[in-house]
Design a protein around this ligand. Structure first.
Ligand SMILES: Nc1ncnc2c1ncn2[C@@H]1O[C@H](COP(=O)(O)OP(=O)(O)O)[C@@H](O)[C@H]1O
Ligand SMILES: [Mg+2]
Length: 264
């Protein structure tokens, strides 16, 4: 069953380049797109910068409003115009990790407060303190580290905290928008290992935007390739990476780096 189902999903922006004399123009960040994310699967999204990857994931999560089309999550239509409270059902099912672990963490809050916040905001029952300790351990941090502030952590540790916050409420789907791109190579390999472990030990569905073939190869069952706001190729990870059908995909694959995976 599809946990996420996008139909004719489209997003246009007013073109900032238009001159006073030109007719109002729009720029298509995402052209009418269909996408199905099967429960328990892992989908990689690759494509050059500006190809619409972030636009697509923002729309899937109801963080942006489509110009046309629909998104259904678990069979329920996402209405991005709805109030924050009436989107709680969607927030409970989803977790999100961004590229920059520093910008996404409130510097005035301790790690434990940051990680606990979704439990509180979403009104989730149970022992929040215990749950925070549990996820801290799950992402490879000591429970005592919860008392520290973001600036006291390294970049890799901050991304672990961001990840802990994204999974603390046990979402069914984790969405990462280039979650490893800002990290140095060694740390990237560690966080990748962590994501692989998460996939192995939970039935988490994963939607992962990545510039990194190694990440996609190790984590994703299927891959979609984006160019100029459209999905131009899609298939199993093996097929797309080894037997790309489009020249664009071949060029893209040749240009993007492979990171070493511990144990390889
Ligand atoms: N808020 C916005 N306003 C205007 N244009 C935007 C906005 N967000 C994205 N775009 C445009 O939409 C296109 C796709 O952007 P994006 O989804 O961020 O691409 P990617 O994540 O693949 O780099 C780009 O041309 C970008 O300039
Ligand atoms: Mg992006």
């Amino acid at each position: 069953m599809s946990l996420i189902e996008a139909r004719g999903l489209q997003r246009e922006y007013a073109d900032p380049r238009r001159s006073t004399f030109a007719r109002a123009r729009t720029q298509t960040a995402l052209a009418a797109t269909d996408l199905d994310v099967v429960e328990g699967s892992s989908v990689g999204i690759i494509g050059e910068s500006g190809s619409g990857k972030s636009t697509l994931v923002r729309l899937l999560l109801g963080l942006d409003r489509p110009t046309a089309g629909t998104v259904r999550v678990d069979g329920r239509t996402v209405d991005a115009t709805a109030s924050a409270r009436s989107l709680h059902w969607l927030r409970r099912q989803t977790g999100l990790v961004f590229q920059d672990p520093y910008a996404s963490l409130d510097p005035r809050m301790t790690a434990a407060q940051i990680i606990r916040e979704p439990l509180w905001a979403l009104g989730i029952d149970g022992d929040h303190r215990a749950r925070v300790g549990e996820v801290l351990e799950q992402v490879g941090l000591e429970p005592e580290m919860g008392d520290r502030y973001p600036h006291e952590f390294s970049g890799g540790q901050r991304q672990r905290i961001a990840l802990a916050r994204a999974i603390v409420h046990r979402p069914r789907v984790l969405v990462g928008d280039e979650p490893l791109s800002a990290l140095d190579v060694t740390v990237r390999a560690q966080i990748l290992e962590l994501l692989i472990e998460l996939r192995r030990t939970t039935d988490l569905t994963l939607v992962l935007v990545s510039h990194d073939i190694g990440v996609v190869q190790n984590l994703c069952d299927t891959v979609v390739v984006m160019k100029d706001g459209s999905i131009v190729e899609r298939g199993t990870t093996g097929d797309v990476l080894l037997r790309p059908q489009q020249d664009y995909t071949r060029t893209l694959l040749a240009a993007i780096p492979v990171i070493p995976v511990a144990g390889d």
